[in-house]
Design a binder for this molecule. Structure first.
Ligand code: GLN
Length: 202
């Protein structure tokens, strides 16, 4: 890989542009991806926030679901934020019965888990491996990780309030997922962490 990794952003639905800008700020070459052939030359991939049911249906309709599964299972470093976390989970709760995920992470993720009263909120979070002051995390109808299998590790939990202790950031080898949206803040530390994963530095 060159010093400038090529990182795709799955561009079926969701906040694609924000991830593209965050990747560019980290020095990566960002590329929108919709078709199977666009996956072949990537060094990494981001699955954005949005609506996981819609992204999933469009991935099937664009014939990109199976190629995504193959590339991700084959070791492509991949980061999912919010809806992207749902799509990377092997098991999901509170989802329509026919909602497919791409899978790869040994985790059970509950959609819209924080409930109506706090369906969107912001919180300060410490994430293992992210140095410095806590991250300002933006949650929008976010999922949480209900449980983790042995292959995956929690990197961060909600610190206070009714959801204290809930897991909202996870890692499993080449896969990373957060319940929140670092692409919506100016803080690039999560994208930098992911770019370092792509370069094999983490
Ligand atoms: N609630 C959405 C879903 O289930 C995720 C929301 C988001 O990505 N901000 O897909």
């Amino acid at each position: 890989m060159t010093a400038t990794p090529t990182i795709g952003v799955l561009a079926l639905q969701g906040d694609v542009r924000e991830h593209v800008l965050a990747l560019e700020a980290c020095g990566a070459f960002a590329q929108r991806v919709r078709r199977p052939e666009e996956l072949t030359h990537l060094d990494g991939l981001i699955i954005p926030g949005g609506e996981s049911t819609t992204i999933s249906k469009l991935a099937v309709a664009f014939d990109v679901m199976e190629p995504l599964r193959e590339r991700i299972a084959g070791g492509l470093p991949t980061y999912g934020s919010c809806a992207g976390m749902i799509l990377l989970a092997d098991r999901i709760l509170d989802a329509p019965g026919d909602q497919e995920t791409i899978g790869g992470m040994d985790a059970t993720v509950r959609r819209n888990a924080f409930g109506r009263q706090v369906d969107s909120f912001e919180a300060e979070l410490a994430i293992d491996g992210v140095e410095g002051v806590p991250l300002h995390a933006v949650f929008i109808r976010a999922p949480w990780v209900e449980s983790l299998g042995p292959a995956a590790t929690a990197l961060g939990t909600v610190a206070t309030g009714p959801a204290a202790g809930r897991i909202v950031a996870i890692r499993q080898q080449h896969l990373l997922a957060t319940s929140f949206h670092p692409e919506l803040t100016g803080d690039r530390r999560v994208h930098e962490y992911f770019c370092e994963m792509v370069k094999g530095e983490r």
